[in-house]
Design a protein. Sequence first.
Length: 114
Amino acid sequence: MRTIRELISNNETVWFYLSNEEAKNLFYEEAKELNLHLKDEDTIKRELISDRMAVHSDCTLWYISIMVWHNSYNIKEDDTGNNAKVRSCPKIDYLKYKNGDDDYLLTKSVYTPC
């Protein structure tokens, strides 16, 4: 079965989209197992899992705002610095990834602007 550990072993940061409660529960269980934690917390709590989470190779979790998530798909290839870093983070549909689907890599935002 595919794991978060596999993804962070090849990437400094990976972004996850958690589409529903099942995805959030699965993510929480795996995060707990891997001892992932928010920067200022020793352990992760289920109620702290949002639908957009970043996992860093140092095992810290971060929230991703909907604005940053959505705008990350609009960064031009020639942008540098933080923009390049954001653009290069793989964005994963966690439930598809865990279920073995081949189309788990998100290439466009799942959110539509108002």
